[in-house]
Design a protein around this ligand. Structure first.
Ligand code: ZN
Ligand code: ZN
Length: 87
């Protein structure tokens, strides 16, 4: 069964453990990560929190309050939530 993960690690656990800012899981030293400022993400967790697009090296993004936003969002290019989808 799956339990919701706690965002808090017990004190002293894994001095060098890096936590993914996306899913909150530990990142092992052998894993590839994406870094955004002081935050570290699994590659698969490095997604825009609004449009879910996975961001890659070289993609422009903003990190706002710990949440990743792609450049589209930053520039206000995405339709607002009130817009109906265009078919
Ligand atoms: Zn992750
Ligand atoms: Zn986006």
């Amino acid at each position: 069964s799956q339990l919701p993960h706690s965002s808090r690690l017990p004190p002293g656990s894994g001095l060098f453990a890096t936590k993914c800012s996306g899913c909150g899981e530990k990142i092992s030293a052998s894993e590839f990560v994406m870094r955004a400022l002081e935050s570290v993400f699994h590659l698969s967790c490095f997604c825009c929190c609004v449009c879910d697009r996975q961001l890659r090296k070289g993609d422009e993004y903003v990190l706002k309050e710990g949440q990743l936003l792609c450049k589209m969002i930053r520039e206000g290019l995405l339709p607002s939530e009130n817009d109906s989808p265009i078919d």
